[in-house]
Design a protein around this ligand. Structure first.
Ligand code: GLU
Length: 416
């Protein structure tokens, strides 16, 4: 699966089109045509076998008009500078759509995370924190988990940053382990946020309480969302990972499937489990269902396969799973796309709560996190849906208009 598609409109093109609906956005547009800061560094990683590997690493702070820059840190073998910059731009839009007091950023290392031992992963995270210690910081740029990284990596970064700067600063990252100043519910936040959106926009999306759902990518976000949807009576007709699709027309029994995945098994080896039958990996895209949730990497639904999508609604739980070409085809076919900058914003929203918690020296109860997440997703989701309806826009176009309105207002107010 490719992360890049050269025919794709850039996020910036989308913002430029949104400007037709936002008077006075010229200054913001001019500013957002390029990133604020893009750093590329070489990291040295000492392997367990005594050899040393050199790896390219990046951090892009795209824009800080709305606040310190915020966004994930990715370990992935396919990562490059262009992808980091594109994802940093999308974080800028995401934070603006969600009314968060942050700009956007993204970073990462080109490395296969599955090829690292636990000790190598820790050394790599610490090397990244030391190398980028001048870039990141609680009031400057705050990384979080993303593809290939998790709470453990964030804990190491917080520690290495404290070592490099001589200051205890847990707010330098979010998505930390609970014992290191993390927040309850951060791990499920992306999946739960999307679930809240489906609950609260179900009428606008035409999704009933017994709709048929397929989740492509059964990792952290996909699994949490699938479990929450199944828990409210939706029928999970299929889940997939990089090895296979597991299908059950009558609805999978998710419990045993999720348990096996958490133990590290591949779906291809789970034929019969939870009532599911193994089919090929991409079969999930053309299955007849109400809601398809691409929750793996970018570029899953392209111009080549969008014509065969069997769902009525697509919710982008991954970043960038629907290419621009596919977007056009899906719109022509009357398929609604809930865009990533809204659909997967539960993660960064709870990251914000973690920052608040760290600044106040508090530990929020999980119930409070869930309530505030549900409120934020409902409020911002309704605002995007309303804008789409009133202006005759797709949800993605409306999300970009909402983001640009906020960014333009901040640029005008600060004169920056
Ligand atoms: N990596 C997540 C995203 O793409 C979370 C970012 C954050 O919490 O800062 O939205």
């Amino acid at each position: 699966m490719s992360e890049e598609n050269s025919n794709d409109p850039s996020g910036f093109d989308r913002l430029r089109r949104a400007a037709e609906h936002v008077p006075g956005a010229e200054a913001a547009l001019a500013r957002l045509a390029m990133p604020l800061e893009m750093r590329a560094l070489r990291l040295a990683l000492d392997r367990d076998d005594g050899t040393r590997t050199y790896l390219p690493a990046w951090r892009c702070r795209y824009d800080d008009a709305l606040g310190p820059t915020k966004g994930g840190l990715r370990f992935h073998q396919g990562l490059d500078a262009a992808t980091v910059e594109r994802l940093a731009f999308e974080m800028t839009v995401k934070c603006a759509v969600m009314d968060l007091p942050y700009g956007g950023a993204k970073g990462g290392v080109r490395v296969d995370p599955k090829a690292l031992s636990a000790a190598e992963r820790r050394r790599l995270a610490a090397a990244y924190a030391r190398a980028f210690a001048d870039t990141i910081g609680p009031e400057r740029d705050v990384p979080a988990p993303d593809v290939g990284t998790d709470a453990g990596v964030m804990g190491v970064i917080a520690d290495a940053y404290a070592g490099a700067t001589g200051r205890h600063a847990p707010g330098v990252v979010t998505g930390k382990p609970l014992a290191a100043g993390g927040i309850a519910g951060r791990e499920e936040a992306t999946g739960r946020g999307a679930f809240c959106l489906v609950q609260q926009l179900s009428q606008a999306l035409g999704l009933s309480s017994v709709c048929r759902v397929a989740v492509q990518g059964f990792g952290n976000a996909g699994m949490h969302m699938a479990e929450l949807l199944a828990g409210t009576g939706r029928r999970m007709v299929a889940v997939s990972d990089s090895s296979a699709t597991l299908v059950c027309e009558d609805g999978l029994d998710l419990g045993p499937v999720a348990a096996a995945k958490r133990e590290g098994q591949s779906l291809a080896d789970l034929d019969g489990l939870g009532g599911g039958r193994v089919r090929d990996r991409d079969a999930i895209l053309s299955l007849d269902c109400d809601l398809l949730v691409p929750a793996a990497l970018g570029g899953a639904i392209t111009g080549a396969n969008a014509g065969g999508v069997g769902a009525r609604v697509i919710l982008e739980l991954a970043n960038g799973p629907v290419t621009g070409e596919a977007d056009t085809i899906l719109a022509e076919r009357g398929i609604t796309v809930v865009p990533d900058v809204l659909a997967n914003a539960g993660g960064v929203t709870v990251s914000h709560f973690e920052s608040l918690q760290n600044r106040q020296g508090e530990a929020w109860p999980e119930e409070r996190v869930r309530e505030r997440l549900s409120e934020a997703m409902g409020r911002c989701g309704a605002a995007v849906a309303e804008l789409a309806r009133d202006c005759g826009l797709t949800l993605r176009e409306a999300a970009y208009v909402r983001a640009l309105e906020r960014l333009a207002a901040a640029v005008a107010a600060r004169g920056c």
